[in-house]
Design a protein around this ligand. Structure first.
Ligand SMILES: Cc1cc2nc3c(=O)[nH]c(=O)nc-3n(C[C@H](O)[C@H](O)[C@H](O)COP(=O)(O)OP(=O)(O)OC[C@H]3O[C@@H](n4cnc5c(N)ncnc54)[C@H](O)[C@@H]3O)c2cc1C
Length: 279
């Protein structure tokens, strides 16, 4: 339907559905939403970037729209800052579409499926009962909860440790300055290289103006949504959006670290050649 909805429209709809409008009056705001499902083909064109409902809309079932939009902003914000400050090339902005477009496409598929389940005929009723049976089982329930909460999001940053591209868990760490939680380290919206092996094992001087290096210990399990416990990495490079850009194996040469630092946080600052190696 086109045009702004009015109180008379609402009253008529209530009477049609319930036989009464319950005396509804004095609304401060009336708006209309539908099960329209749309996604922008591209999230970036030059200097124009789309985020939130401007990039994707869907039926509100499952309450995922706002979190999806916030995730867009959190994925994009630090990249914009790095490009604006000339720390990174403009191409970094293209990773925003590459990472977040598939995330929203999956949400849209999910809400379309859920919308279908809200209809009623014998076949849909049977499908809904089948889904309900599935969701009474632990594994499907865990997967769906992780999917709808967005906690299972994995950006495709290549093969490697299961943490790669996933959201860093909020671990309780111990540092020389006392206990601290991982997410507290991210409050500055700056990248963090978390060294969980021997203190002083990494030298990232060429990125020291952008990346914070934290030596810490963590003794507990590494639990990820859906996957469960994964092996503990020796070090983790965490992006400002909380996703893991690189994991260390304890190999003193730290393979891939220099590349990950350059890809996400820009080329090393000009200074004498300082290899990124374990001490
Ligand atoms: C009934 C309903 C229930 C929902 N429930 C949930 C939920 O439980 N959980 C959840 O995560 N999400 C939910 N959502 C989705 C969520 O509300 C949206 O995804 C979210 O508000 C989108 O935020 P946004 O900032 O991208 O866009 P908007 O909130 O639409 O903000 C855009 C703003 O831009 C303004 N604007 C538009 N054009 C112009 C212009 N030309 N100049 C200046 N300003 C302009 C608009 O007035 C508006 O204030 C629900 C949505 C609906 C309809």
């Amino acid at each position: 339907q086109a045009g702004e909805p009015t109180l008379a429209d609402l009253s008529r709809a209530l009477v049609a559905a319930w036989g009464t409008d319950y005396g509804v009056h004095s609304p401060t705001w009336i708006s209309r939403f539908t099960d329209m499902t749309r996604q922008a083909a591209s999230y970036r064109k030059g200097r124009v970037l789309l985020a939130g409902d401007a990039a994707h809309v869907h039926y509100p079932v499952g309450g995922q729209g706002l979190q999806l939009g916030v995730q867009d902003a959190v994925n994009l914000g630090w990249k914009l800052a790095q490009v604006a400050s000339a720390a990174s090339p403009e191409s970094l902005l293209d990773t925003y579409h590459a990472e977040q477009h598939p995330v929203a496409a999956r949400v849209l598929r999910g809400t379309m499926a859920q919308t279908a389940l809200t209809r009623s005929d014998a076949r849909i009723d049977a499908l809904r009962e089948t889904m309900a049976e599935l969701l009474s089982m632990d594994e499907p329930r865990k997967r769906y909860a992780a999917r709808m909460s967005g906690l299972d999001i994995r950006y495709d940053l290549g093969d490697g440790h299961p943490l790669l591209g996933r959201r860093m868990p909020d671990l309780d760490l111990v540092t020389a300055d006392g206990p601290v939680r991982v997410f507290t380290l991210l409050h500055d919206a700056r990248p963090v290289l978390l060294n969980l092996s021997e203190p002083g094992g990494y030298d990232i001087t060429p990125w020291a103006d952008r990346v914070r290096l934290v030596d810490a210990k963590y003794a507990g399990p590494w639990e990820l949504p859906v996957l469960g416990t994964v092996t503990a990495p020796a070090a983790v490079l965490i992006r400002p959006d909380g996703h893991v850009a690189w994991t260390g194996t304890g190999d003193p040469a730290s393979p891939g670290l220099r590349e990950a630092l350059t890809t996400w946080f820009g080329p090393p600052a000009a200074q004498p050649d300082l290899p990124v190696t374990a001490a």
